[in-house]
Ligand binder design. Structure first.
Ligand SMILES: Nc1ncnc2c1ncn2[C@@H]1O[C@H](COP(=O)(O)OP(=O)(O)OP(=O)(O)O)[C@@H](O)[C@H]1O
Length: 620
């Protein structure tokens, strides 16, 4: 392997007659003047006599490279030549020496570069691409820690150096972004990251709009020593049942945010009314009753004013009239005097109440799980989660902040509150870019900017980085970028990471499960094949296989039920429906029974024979 063609302080070309280059592999260039620097392969090409370098393809390669090849003895018309573009790991003061030999390093030579933490100290997310050869003399402690999976061959060996994410450095370089289009392996990668956080017992809360984040189902066919149970390391909470918003903790602005999140836009008049009528520590009942009473008073203003002057009113009516009259005096001018506004707010509030948003459950269960260092999965529709996220995140963040502040100021602390990670998929819905409102956006932005100080970190996954709030995107110190096709998203990724033009060009073609991990922690971008997850989501099954299996199961049930009734008179199927339906456990329609029997004939299980009394199905 030899350096050919023009070189710069940062890039060089390397050529070989016998050895193919692997994308992302690390080579050592024997250039003593530069203390044998390391470089990474960022582009590979192979030429032979059928695609000779000297022909029309030559424009793929700089003419200086061709000359360089010739000058070190390559026959560019006839020989098979493997070429690779190298990027030096560290910029050199002067260009690399042309003609220098390159070689595959030993593991010890690149250990510092590739392994920042040992697997037991960090999050083992996958295998560094292009590290197969280097891994041959890797110590045992780094082997068998990140097995790989592919659909054709199933679970296989790791075949490379593990990528161990140094999560403890997040206090310097906080927050992680996971970007990738549909089917790119983003959810799979997120699952692996969550498993690793659970293994390290880092308290975390994840919002799960897809109902896919459970960890009790094991990934199929894992070798015995790679298995792990997570059953005690996570809890699943349903938004609106196990966890709710404690109304009395809300301030008026929160109610405005909640209603905005749940019912789209609200008018200025509604916002004013919400704020004017709210008192600190109001319960849902006191607040909504005050609003309903004021609406009633506005509708009957004239009578109420008259009755309030009526000396002969009975005491019960007097009490009610006084109450309504006081509300009128106090609030009428401030809320604009139109009961319709109040009723609109009430309708929206009542809807939330009926959906279970305002339960007294609060965030108690999350706090209990944090104390046990567990992962909390909060499930619910996107709409619901958006409403909850703001309340849950803010409450937990404040608790942690207060705890840290107290310690710092030497104040006594009643209870510990641990550092934690907030994770969400579809992050652009929680913190959308630009003026689009979302209730949790404010607190999430605050955490993006300040969370590091308090040990609160974000992991934001999204298919659409271009739609995520800019401030937050800029604060994500580590970005895992999976296959991305849309040019607007690629543009954001290019701007927000240190990935090179060559890497960006590969983004639309990355295979599912391969990501570029660009991190301020390592100071470079590493191509990583994400390891096989130890658990699987309940939806992991291929939907078409699921379809086949589902129907096969159903057919088997009907078959069992049909057998005792054979032979079946085809002209009188109605007579069998009840009996067969009873055995199957549900009512079958005529059409369904007929179709199933015909299918059994096609499958060779039954035959349909003509008799003098009409057609009959009997066992084949
Ligand atoms: N690390 C991996 N190793 C092997 N196969 C993978 C890996 N990651 C993903 N795959 C394969 O790709 C498929 C799609 O991955 P995944 O469901 O994670 O995509 P996604 O990016 O989350 O898509 P969506 O956003 O549509 O859910 C998986 O079902 C799996 O077969």
């Amino acid at each position: 392997m030899q350096i050919v063609g023009q070189t710069t302080q940062l890039e060089a070309w390397v050529a070989s007659r016998t050895r193919k280059f692997h994308i992302n592999e690390i080579l050592i260039i024997e250039d003593p003047d530069h203390r044998n620097p390391k470089a990474e392969v960022i582009e590979t090409r192979t030429f032979n006599r059928y695609i000779p370098l000297a022909s029309e393809q030559s424009n793929l390669v700089d003419t200086s490279v061709l000359e360089g090849l010739r000058s070190v003895g390559f026959d560019i018309e006839d020989e098979e030549i493997h070429l690779a573009k190298l990027r030096l790991i560290e910029e050199l003061p002067t260009p690399i020496r042309v003609g220098a030999q390159a070689r595959v390093p030993s593991f010890a030579e690149v250990e510092d570069l590739l392994i920042k933490r040992k697997p037991h100290e960090g999050l083992t997310l996958g295998v560094i691409q292009g590290s197969r050869e280097i891994a041959k003399d890797m110590p045992e402690s780094l082997q068998h820690v990140a097995l790989l999976f592919d659909k054709e061959n199933g679970v296989g060996e790791q075949g490379g150096v593990p990528f161990v994410f140094d999560y403890k450095s997040m206090d310097q370089y906080p927050h992680i972004g996971i970007f990738g289009g549909s089917g790119s392996g983003k959810s799979f990668g997120l699952r692996v990251l969550l498993e690793e956080l659970m293994l390290k017992q880092v308290p975390a809360v994840v919002f799960d709009p897809h109902f896919e984040l459970t960890f009790d189902q094991e990934f199929p066919d894992l070798p015995e020593d790679f298995r792990q149970t997570f059953k005690k390391r996570f809890v699943t909470l349903d938004a609106g049942e196990d966890i709710g918003v404690e109304f009395s903790e809300l301030i008026a602005d929160d109610i405005v945010s909640l209603l905005r999140a749940s019912s789209g836009s609200i008018t200025d008049a509604m916002e004013t009314a919400i704020k004017v009528l709210h008192k600190k520590a109001d319960s849902f009942l006191t607040y909504s009753t005050r609003m309903a009473n004021l609406a009633e008073a506005l509708d009957n203003e004239k009578e109420i004013r008259e009755q309030s002057r009526d000396e002969y009113l009975n005491p019960a009516d007097r009490e009610r009239v006084t109450l309504l009259h006081d509300l009128l005096v106090k609030y009428k001018d401030k809320v604009g005097g139109f009961s319709g506004t109040l009723r609109s707010v009430l309708r929206r509030l009542t809807r939330l109440e009926m959906e279970g948003v305002f339960t007294s459950a609060g965030t108690k269960k999350v706090e209990e799980a944090f104390a046990k260092r567990q992962l909390v999965v909060i499930r619910g529709s996107m709409y619901f989660l958006n409403v909850f996220a703001f309340y849950v995140v803010r409450k937990l963040y404040r608790k942690r902040r207060d705890y840290r502040d107290s310690i710092q100021k030497g104040r006594p602390v009643e209870e510990k509150f641990p550092p934690f990670v907030i994770i969400t998929d579809e992050a652009h819905n929680f913190a959308p870019k630009g003026d689009i409102p979302a209730p949790a956006k404010g607190v999430l932005k605050e955490i993006a900017q300040e969370g590091r100080k308090y040990g609160v970190f974000l992991v934001f996954a999204t298919q659409r980085p271009a739609l995520l709030d800019d401030t937050i995107t800029a604060q994500l110190s580590t970005k895992m970028v999976f296959r991305t096709v849309r040019s607007v998203d690629i543009a954001v990724i290019k701007e927000e990471t240190d990935i090179t033009a060559e890497e960006a060009a590969r983004l639309p073609y990355l295979s599912s499960g391969t990501a570029f991990i660009s991190s301020a922690i390592t100071g470079r971008t590493t191509a990583v094949r994400i390891r096989v997850s130890k658990t699987t989501s309940p939806h992991f099954k291929n939907p078409f296989e699921e379809l086949e299996e589902g129907f096969a199961e159903q057919d088997a049930k009907v078959w069992e039920a049909v057998l005792p009734s054979l032979p079946i008179d085809a002209s009188n199927l109605n007579a069998y429906l009840t009996e067969i339906g009873r055995k199957v456990g549900r009512l079958l329609s005529f059409d369904e029974l007929e179709k199933t029997l015909e299918d059994f004939v096609d499958q060779g299980k039954l035959m349909k024979v003509s008799t003098p009394f009409g057609a009959r199905y009997s066992k084949a």
